[in-house]
Design a protein around this ligand. Structure first.
Ligand SMILES: [Zn+2]
Length: 183
């Protein structure tokens, strides 16, 4: 496994919708290695999600870990989603802080659906269909956006909450950055 470079805002891959990944390609060792590398890259960057587009690759593929609100990433499940589709459940949008590995050192309040139905394929090409809510739903929506050329800044309703991480820790959270999804 290897840590790969994460591209930052300005790289065209972050602004281009990615095409679906052919199911047969999941059998390729290069794709399986890529998925392992994505988990390693995400962990190295202290993120909880990472999309292939963040490595400059136009593939509908992302990985994430489920994390408790207390930030227990090590206790979370590792998930891979290929060609995902999201169906938002009804309910008022929920605002919470997010950050992005491709937009380093910024935090902002982002509205997200409280729960989503997730359809897609896992790393072996098996169909998955499950419900994600709360924190997990937020991560899934953030990564799904990355496959469609959308970043969290686009989702913010009010840019006045945008902060550098250091100021955010000082003035917004009293030093408690645990549990903020960065993906
Ligand atoms: Zn991101």
């Amino acid at each position: 496994m290897a840590v790969r470079p994460i591209v930052r805002l300005g790289h065209p891959a972050l602004r281009s919708p990615a095409p679906p990944l052919a199911k047969e390609r999941l059998a390729e060792p290069a794709i399986q290695t890529l998925i392992d590398d994505m988990f390693e890259t995400m962990a190295d960057a202290h993120g909880v999600g990472l999309a292939a587009t963040q490595l400059g690759l136009d593939l509908q593929l992302f990985v994430y870990v489920t994390v408790s609100p207390e930030g227990e990433a090590s206790a979370g499940d590792r998930r891979v989603l290929v060609n995902p589709m999201l169906e938002p459940e009804s309910g008022e949008l929920v605002y919470d802080w997010e950050g992005c590995l491709s937009i380093p050192d910024l935090r902002g309040l982002v509205p997200r659906h409280p729960a989503v139905r997730v359809h897609g394929l896992d790393r072996h090409g098996q169909a998955v269909d499950y419900r994600a809510e709360g924190y997990e739903a937020r991560i899934v929506q953030h990564e799904f956006d990355h496959l469609n050329g959308v970043v969290f800044l686009d989702r913010m309703r009010d840019l006045r909450s945008l902060c550098f991480t250091e100021e955010w820790e000082t003035y917004m959270t009293a030093g408690d950055d645990e549990g903020t999804p960065v993906g």
